[in-house]
Ligand binder design. Structure first.
Ligand SMILES: Nc1nc2c(c(=O)[nH]1)N[C@@H](CN(C=O)c1ccc(C(=O)N[C@@H](CCC(=O)O)C(=O)O)cc1)CN2
Length: 501
């Protein structure tokens, strides 16, 4: 959450107005850096900095961002003529100048201010603002590999205004800046005092008050949700991983003329299993991993299934084998998993690999894809996994018979959910600032969607984003990263088989 302050201020010349500096950060790193701005109010107010972040918005000036308003047959100007103060309170100056001043309101950035009505805005900034608004209103889906847009220069104003034809020597600009969570502009005095001290600072006129006069000043505070959780873009992370894998696969092919091969065994007609298999086949294709698929009917015998696995175990073109789970009731899942060669067990489910993963000082040939994906995501996100088991962490497991699961979950810095029940993990189960990985893939009825259902995770996303620092969405979070780990395991297996570095 963030706190916004609006300072509405009209400065009456005669000294030149210089800039009021504010900075708007586009991501959390910027937010931290914005306190470094030398000479800005953010720096001036930095001693108030505590642990959290808020935004300070201070504004004067501006023109053309204001929507062109009508005079409604003279009614507006009539009302304003009766009482300029009432007109200002009603914000009619957005539409029609009052006493030579107009009002600019930017609901996106959360600021508003009044400015000399004759002034004009900086065209480049206006163009950029218009483009941003257009993008936000667009119904087109965002690009798949959306890169967070960063402002080129953190010191750059959001809007800047000056007299027409001038070259900026007299101007008012607005830069939106981070301030500490406990920041309060009221601590600097009432609206008039704050206005005066800012004008004093920017005009450099110290106590020589004869050069200027604050004619109108107002402070308001509004909470805005600027510090919601980071939503991890699993698709984009998985694309990075996949392009590295594709590079290595093509190097392998160029160097030894061989490619990794993955075999998939599917039993029955489960719709979700078929979706997952399709996703896996497509991903293999993208990176150059060859695939073989064996589809068995729901009523196949265990013996038939074991024979298929055995064939793939012997096949030198195959470096990875997965039997899509779950299997039908009449098939012994344990026997099937045990039948996969540990050297080709790219799911990492074979007891030898599981056992080695669990035992200290042992190295499994493969780590299960979802677990490996979680570690990969945490490492790539710069999350320190201190105290963990393999990574020196303390791990607590909550299951169906755990009493008070919310209490245990609330103590965790990293939460990985794999329950299979939509929204079971509520916002109040989570520690503020936690990193949440939601591996649940639950289909819930949704008549408004094309398939009649939609996929959702185990975590109540809307509640969680208000509490945690980062969360993986479903779909598009850990799922695609898990698939990338399957590709990575298959490549590793082929490298081992070919003794390829
Ligand atoms: N042999 C295996 N069977 C199963 C495994 C497994 O690892 N090995 N895990 C799960 C399902 N699973 C992999 O097979 C899997 C789950 C989810 C995704 C995924 O990418 N999900 C998408 C959404 C997909 C959708 O729209 O339905 C996402 O989260 O973005 C991939 C694989 C059970 N069986």
């Amino acid at each position: 959450m963030a706190l916004q302050h609006y300072l509405h201020l009209q400065a009456c010349k005669s000294a030149s107005l210089h800039r009021i500096y504010m900075t708007q950060s586009s991501d959390s790193n910027d937010r931290k850096e914005s306190f470094q701005q030398v000479g800005s109010p953010a720096v001036e107010f930095a001693p108030l900095a505590a642990t959290f972040r808020r935004r300070l918005l201070v504004g004067i000036g501006s023109a053309s961002l204001v929507a062109v308003g009508a005079n409604f047959g003279g009614i507006t100007s009539f009302l304003i003529g009766l009482s300029p103060e009432t007109g200002r309170n009603l914000k009619l100056d957005v539409l029609y100048p009052i006493g030579g001043y107009s009002r600019c309101i930017d609901t996106n950035e959360g600021f508003e201010f009044v400015y000399p009505a004759s002034w004009v805005g900086d065209q480049t900034l206006l163009y950029r603002a218009a483009k941003k608004t257009e993008f936000q209103r667009s119904l087109d889906p965002p690009p798949l590999n959306k890169v967070k847009s960063k402002k080129l220069n953190i010191n750059e104003p959001v809007v800047a205004f000056g007299p027409p034809g001038s070259s900026g020597e007299l101007n008012v600009s607005v830069i939106v800046s981070s301030v500490p969570l406990d920041f309060s502009i009221e601590a600097f005095g009432d609206a008039k005092q704050v206005g005066e001290s800012i004008v004093k600072k920017i005009t450099g006129s110290g106590g020589v008050k004869s050069q200027w006069e604050v004619v109108y000043s107002e402070c308001t505070s509004t909470r805005i949700s600027a510090d919601d959780a980071a939503i991890i873009n699993g698709k984009s992370i998985s694309q990075d991983i996949r392009s590295q894998i594709a590079d290595q696969v093509s190097k392998m092919k160029a160097s030894i003329g061989k490619s990794p091969g993955l075999a998939i065994v599917s039993v029955g007609k489960r719709r979700d299993s078929h979706t997952f298999i399709r996703i896996k086949l497509k991903a293999c294709d993208e990176v150059g991993i060859a695939t073989l698929i064996e589809e068995l009917p729901e009523n196949c015998t265990e013996h038939q299934l074991l024979n298929v696995v055995s064939g793939f175990n012997e096949n030198p073109l195959i470096h990875g084998i997965i039997v899509q789970l779950p299997l039908p009731q009449h098939v012994d899942e344990e026997k099937v998993i045990d039948s996969v060669s540990p050297e080709k067990d790219v799911d990492g489910f074979h007891p030898l690999n599981m056992g080695n993963l669990a035992m200290r000082g042992r190295e499994p040939l493969f780590i299960p894809c979802a677990s490996k994906g979680c570690i990969e995501l945490l490492l790539r996100s710069g999350v320190e996994i201190m105290g963990k088991k393999r990574h020196h962490a303390t791990v607590s497991t909550v299951h169906a018979f755990t009493t008070n699961p919310e209490k245990i979950t609330r103590e965790a810095d990293i939460v990985v959910s794999d329950v299979g029940i939509p929204n079971i993990v509520r916002g109040n189960w989570l520690k503020p600032g936690a990193f949440v990985i939601d591996t649940g893939t639950n289909r819930i009825k949704d008549p408004s969607s094309r398939n009649g259902y939609r996929v959702t995770g185990d975590v109540c996303f809307e509640e969680a984003t208000k509490v945690v620092s980062a969360i993986t969405p479903v779909p598009g979070g850990i799922g695609p990263i898990t698939i990338s780990m399957l590709l990575s395991n298959t490549l590793d297996s082929a490298k081992r088989a070919f003794r390829f570095p």
